[in-house]
Design a binder for this molecule. Structure first.
Ligand SMILES: C[C@H](N)C(=O)N[C@@H](CCC(=O)O)C(=O)O
Ligand code: MG
Length: 355
């Protein structure tokens, strides 16, 4: 099964409410869809999200990276030579991880279809069901409390609370949410790099003193401030999760060696796809570090690929795959079933979309 052509399209989905983090506000998803055509007529599907503030990519850069660099590097290759394809993909252009992720997942989709196997089984098949959290955008406290209670009414038991935009008000925001939702709901906090190391320690310790029972705090400080992350991890009890600080296996080794975090968030848009994500997950597992699977603002196409990857790995113990849940409707039919907080893998070949 040889790679014959790569076709680029657009995938769009309006969001139910604006998505707000310390880094950006988004009203509408407009991502790149990828169709990798094989010489036997099969098509593999992928998606790239243009998260300029995190990966540095735009829809224009993703399109250019694929057309000018990635496509010439892998066209004509046999889908079964996966390691060789992934080596060429990695070397075809520096960074551009979301462009690479879209191609990587489309090729894995084709490989799994070649063997008539669901992708999660081909990758290891550890489990069939995942439970995702849902994001509560950063807003004024009252609005975040209201959004948290609505999410619980919709059946979500794990909330990912965005903070870091107004550090002075963050303790009050988080405590008000804990107060409103009660003790049984799991709360994750994501500062998206919005705090200084000293601020982070002060805020997290205040939450600990108030018995807020926060499961983890994600990327408290700037992605490049590994020493700052190390300082926060060393001076708090709460688990610290590295997100924007870990794109590559090398980044994971740095964070682990420096004890800069307790946990790692793997996103296909940061790793450049499943092949590199597996390496990070294995490195973390060998070092006793559990991983979260995360997503950017992505639709069901790429989030489904991430779900297959997560389902295949024992060491992925936390799931933040709420992209499709934040959309008014899915732009594609098929794939795993997203029902409230549960994501169920089906036994259709590949990622599960009929193309
Ligand atoms: C969508 C997901 N829950 C999430 O929060 N992802 C990112 C930010 C994504 C983005 O800005 O597109 C995260 O920081 O974990
Ligand atoms: Mg994050």
């Amino acid at each position: 099964m040889k790679i014959k052509d790569i076709v680029i399209g657009v995938v769009e989905a309006p969001l139910i409410t604006p998505f707000k983090t310390a880094l950006r506000t988004v009203y509408y998803i407009r991502n790149i869809a990828i169709y990798v055509h094989a010489d036997d007529g099969q098509i593999g599907i992928g998606e790239a999200a243009p998260t300029a503030v995190i990966t540095g990519e735009t829809n224009a850069s993703i399109t250019e990276a694929i057309n000018e660099y990635i496509k010439p590097a892998i066209i004509g290759m046999d889908v079964e030579d996966i390691s060789q394809i992934m080596e060429r993909l990695d070397k075809s252009i520096y960074k551009n991880t979301s462009a690479k992720a879209a191609i990587d997942m489309a090729i894995y989709d084709l490989l799994a279809k070649r063997y008539q196997a669901p992708l999660y089984k081909l990758l290891g098949g550890y489990r069939k069901e995942l439970v995702t959290d849902i994001t509560i955008s950063v807003n004024e406290t009252a609005e975040m409390v209201k959004d948290s209670l609505e999410a619980i009414k919709r059946g979500f038991q794990i909330l990912k609370i965005k903070v870091g935009k107004d550090p002075a008000g963050d303790i009050a925001r988080i405590l008000a949410i804990r107060d409103a939702v009660g003790p049984t709901i799991t709360l994750r906090v994501d500062a998206n790099q919005g705090w200084t190391p000293k601020e982070a320690v002060r805020i997290i310790r205040a939450l600990e003193d108030a018995n807020a029972n926060i499961e983890l705090v994600e990327q408290p400080v700037h992605y490049s401030d590994i020493e700052g992350m190390q300082y926060v991890t060393a001076n708090t009890i709460t688990n610290i999760l590295a997100d924007e600080s870990v794109f590559s296996p090398k980044d994971a080794i740095t964070v682990i060696e420096k004890r800069a975090a307790d946990l790692i968030n793997i996103k296909l848009m940061k790793t450049g796809g499943i092949y590199q994500a597996q390496k990070i997950c294995n490195i973390a597992e060998a070092n006793g570090i559990q991983c979260m699977i995360g997503c950017m603002l992505e639709t069901k196409i790429s989030v489904s690929a991430a779900a297959h990857f997560a389902a295949s790995q024992k060491n992925i113990t936390m799931v933040d795959l709420d992209g499709p849940i934040l959309c008014v409707k899915d732009p594609v039919a098929g794939g795993p079933i997203f029902n409230g907080q549960s994501i169920s893998m089906l036994d259709k070949p590949g990622i599960g979309f009929s193309l």
